[in-house]
Design a protein around this ligand. Structure first.
Ligand code: 7PJ
Length: 255
């Protein structure tokens, strides 16, 4: 899964149109590089990020999803209104960092056949990194995801539409992220494919001392460890390089 952020470029004169054009071009490049899916996001959910108004999120995302209609597109959103608009515009998957907990979110996706990524997050993006606390992080994340899977099934969403994600970096310390990576096989017991997002994240920065643009090697190492732990989908910025790492992993596994 290749990451495509549709965020305003403060240096461009063309405004929204050029932002959308740049996002579409980037998505096409990632698909060419070997992504099976591109994840379009219009709201930054990085630690400390402020929320974006729904209308703004819609205006960023919808034109990009429409332009990519013929490609496998997932949309990263927490809002039922954006979910409906994205699916109507041609998206085949909703990636929700709140695991469909917003009022109306389950209903917005239940009636369609789209895929859904349920992610674990402790707290809210603005404050989640202030003081993350768990008893046993792997058990708590697994129990949360199991409950969200059950809520989806109760709403008529079949299990084969679901993907689960521990949400690396979302309300988690470096130690929490590493424990979850090490104990990823315990989440395989959920019985749905696992998605892992480690690409360029701050935990890699904390371990390697590198800035985001210099975290490729750390990201590839984390990607391989996630595959070893049973992850089936990797959410990454560097598709071309990750593809080669995945091919090496698959070749090793089949030897
Ligand atoms: C993730 C995500 C992730 C899922 C982001 C970033 C932060 N969605 N959206 N999993 N991360 N499902 O890319 O650094 O790990 S935004």
């Amino acid at each position: 899964m290749g990451v495509v952020n549709v965020t305003p470029d403060s240096f461009s004169e063309g405004g929204r149109f050029l932002d959308a054009q740049a996002a579409v071009a980037h998505a096409r490049r990632l698909l060419q590089d070997g992504a099976d899916l591109v994840d379009i996001g219009g709201e930054s959910t990085r630690p400390g990020a402020a929320p974006v108004a729904e209308r703004e999120e819609l205006e960023r995302i919808v034109p990009v999803v429409q332009a990519l209609r013929d490609s496998p597109v997932s949309v990263d959103t927490r809002r039922p209104g954006v979910m409906r608009a994205a699916l109507a515009a041609g998206a085949c998957m909703i990636n929700d960092i709140q695991a469909l907990q917003s009022p109306g979110a389950i209903e917005a996706v239940a009636e369609t056949g789209c895929g859904i990524c349920l992610m674990h997050m402790q707290g809210e993006p603005q404050t989640m990194q202030h003081a993350p606390r768990y008893g046993d992080v792997a058990v708590e994340v697994r129990e949360f995801l199991a409950a969200r899977i059950a809520a989806c099934e109760a709403a008529g969403i079949s299990r084969d539409r679901l993907v689960a994600d521990p949400g690396f970096g979302f309300g988690k310390t470096v130690a929490h992220n590493l424990t979850l990576l090490k104990r990823l096989p315990e989440l395989a017991a959920l019985g749905v494919p696992l998605l892992a997002g480690w690409s360029r994240k701050s935990t890699i920065g904390r371990i390697t001392g590198r800035e985001p643009g210099e975290r490729l090697a750390g990201s590839l190492a984390a990607a391989l460890l996630a595959l070893l732990g049973g992850a089936k989908i990797l959410r990454v910025h560097d598709v071309r390089e990750t593809r080669d790492a995945v091919l090496m992993f698959e070749a090793w596994r089949q030897a």
